[in-house]
Design a protein around this ligand. Sequence first.
Ligand code: UDP
Length: 235
Amino acid sequence: MRGKLLYEGKGKQLFASDVENELIQIFKDDATAFDGIKHDVIAGKGVLNCAMSTFFFERLHEAGINTHFIRREGKAEMRVKRLSMIPVEVVVRNVAAGSICKRLGLEEGMELDYPLTELFYKSDELHDPLINTEHAELFGWAAREDIIFMRDAALKVNQALSDILTASGIRLIDFKLEFGRANGEILLGDEITPDGCRLWDAKTGQKLDKDVFRRNLGNLPEAYHEVASRLGVSL
Ligand code: UDP
């Protein structure tokens, strides 16, 4: 049962539910890039992302990582715990791609010796600037121990996702996570989908993530279907 619309972002909506501290998260068919400048509606994307997010959250629970996910309740709809979001995005990188290449003049595809974590301040207005732990602490976005906890959880997520994807012939290049608080505990929130990860075919290097849309590299649902079918995710 869906209540009032509480929040609408570029890719998802959050509704109140029949239970006080639980929300309904709906995955939209919208695809956006470059702070919303590029926008398209891609039929079926919401269902694909809901199915894949469900699959990944369930695998993370099995690996002992706590998330806001409760259960899938519809094709593009899941029940989640209500979180008070921490405005710090955690990115984990195994291979250089995207913004780090531009920022540091690295070649895309450069293998990193160990997973790198980066923090970004979540602000559309400021285009999510790169920050460090001191910024987060000084400006009250997250305490030092919260950052340590989130980095540690993000590295565990990296290990779990890399294992699953590698077994399906997919390389996990990088991904972004968002965390929030519920009852004094920090939980992984948001979503885990090819919208927020870079996924490359292990053999051919073909991109199977949102870069297909960002860079006009082909058909996005085809790429997402490929990931879902290799993982054995049923829609
Ligand atoms: N990412 C995301 N949302 C953002 C920024 C980044 O989901 O607002 C994901 C992105 O899909 C990639 C990873 O985080 O998998 C690292 O992104 P990067 O910093 O390279 O930025 P981008 O090149 O996506 O602008």
